[in-house]
Design a protein around this ligand. Structure first.
Ligand SMILES: [Ca+2]
Length: 467
């Protein structure tokens, strides 16, 4: 029997097929959660070898997912590291670098609203986006998360120690009480920081619940374990590692709650979660700072301990359960997430690369890491080789500029103990060519840190005169 329908019936039939395809396409778009801690070192988690900090939820996440041993940030300090993660560009390209290292409440600059962030890119593909925690990419309204592609913001505009209560006399005399914002509105000042991890966690869990039926991107940038280490009574004195351990263990419980929410809502298999840190531990914070484990150096340095951080990627059934030695960087989040969302981006402008194949197939995609101090390339890693073309630390008694280049095999010598430059001239020549190509290809944008807000200018000049 020959089937025959009127044209109008065919149109309805085809529309239904198209509608269901479109719906399936939407369902296939993965959700993304980036959990970004502040100043957590390479050696601070149980699964990264810390002897006394207990991190059972993160260790379980590592067991169920991919644990990176050679994962890097775009800069070893807060502001530029955050800019690199969100834009996929080295800070030298976005102007998010400068003599002061990071932005302060007296700064007039920030991340140019014209820069495309992961959030603004994903919004084009129907993602709901939230920024929870610490921003630190410019606190004036035009630079804040709502003007960088985020539908909502809940947290603090800069670091948790930029407040009058600390020991720094300039901050004590000039900085306002630390504001806490919801969107553009300040909803409190000098709030008890002991509640921050719980507040950020609850807000994150609520956001996931609200968006369980549509694609979402959550950027959860904890203010911890950056000093001051503040804890509520119920989270205090639990860790053998003291207050720093207490804070890291509270973050661990927070991660457990978020992953449990994804499992309970049955969206874990479609949610890509990555946990990492913005830079190495704060060496100057003494016992209140973390540990870079076997790596040399701390936050702010160009040594491995500044740039190499713990990172765990998790997407049950999709990301293999493995410890990987593949190189990867927070710079790669932008291109990777946008391409996983089925989106397009301008490859040429980015320093990050799509490392989906690293996450899903454990293959090596990235081969180079660039280590900058402000706008200057200090060192280059290519595969196992790391070469310093500039003095890694002009403030210590170690090698000086005339001793450059230094060369380390950081796979055999992750602690950067043994300079092997003299016996490897061919490697040096190859790395010199690669670094020269890189330097010539980089488009520098002037520092956004230089301009001081008029209301601070007198105090700022006075402070710098007396320094
Ligand atoms: Ca930091």
């Amino acid at each position: 029997m020959k089937l025959f329908f009127k044209p109008s019936v065919w149109i309805i039939f085809l529309s239904l097929i198209l509608f269901s395809c479109e719906k399936n396409e939407k369902l296939k778009k993965p959700n993304f959660i980036i959990i970004f801690t502040d100043d957590l070192g390479y050696g601070d988690l149980g699964s990264y070898g810390h002897p006394t900090i207990k991190t059972p939820h993160l260790d379980q996440m590592a067991k169920e997912g991919m644990r990176f041993t050679q994962f890097y940030v775009g800069s070893s300090i807060c502001t530029p590291s955050r800019a690199a993660l969100l834009t996929g560009k080295l800070p030298v390209q976005t102007g998010m670098y400068g003599k002061r290292s990071v932005l302060f409440p007296d700064n007039a600059g920030g991340l140019d609203p014209k820069e495309i962030t992961i959030a603004s890119a994903l919004k084009k593909y129907d993602y709901k986006t939230a920024c929870i925690g610490k921003w630190h990419l410019g606190h004036l309204k035009k630079y804040m998360p709502l003007n960088h592609g985020f539908d909502s913001f809940y947290g603090i505009p800069y670091s948790n120690d930029m407040r009058p209560e600390g020991k720094w006399d300039y901050a004590r005399d000039n900085f306002p009480p630390l504001p806490f914002l919801d969107g553009h509105d300040t909803i409190g000042v000098s709030l008890d920081q002991g509640n921050f991890i719980e507040m950020f966690t609850q807000k994150s869990v609520d956001f996931v619940h609200q968006n369980k039926n549509n694609p979402f991107f959550l950027y959860l940038a904890h203010t911890a374990p950056h000093t001051p280490l503040v804890l509520t009574d119920e989270n205090k004195d639990l860790s053998m590692r003291g207050a720093y351990g207490d804070v890291v263990e509270e973050i661990d419980r927070s991660v457990g709650k978020i992953l449990k929410t994804l499992k309970d809502l049955k969206i874990a298999e479609n949610t890509f979660v990555i946990f990492t840190s913005d830079n190495g531990p704060w060496g100057w914070a003494n016992i209140d700072g973390g540990s870079s484990g076997l790596l040399k150096g701390n936050k702010g340095s160009v040594y491995e301990g500044g740039y190499r951080v713990p990172a765990i990627a998790w997407m049950p059934g999709r990301i293999p359960e493995i410890t990987t030695t593949a190189l990867a960087s927070t710079l790669d989040f932008f291109p990777t997430l946008v391409s996983l969302a089925g989106g397009e981006y301008d490859k040429k402008s980015l320093d990050g690369v799509d490392i989906s194949k690293t996450f899903f197939e454990n293959s090596n995609v990235r081969f180079d890491i660039h280590y900058y101090r402000q706008d200057t390339l200090i060192a280059l890693r290519h595969k196992e080789w790391k070469m310093y073309i500039k003095d890694p630390n002009p403030w210590d008694d170690g090698p000086t500029q005339k001793d450059m280049p230094l060369l380390y095999n950081v796979e055999q010598d992750p602690s950067e103990k043994y300079d092997i430059a003299k016996s490897n001239q061919k490697i040096i020549s190859m790395l010199e060519d690669i670094s020269l190509d890189h330097i010539q290809s980089i488009k520098k944008t002037p520092s956004q840190y230089e301009q001081i807000l008029p209301s601070y200018q007198t105090a700022y000049d006075e402070y710098n005169k007396n320094k």
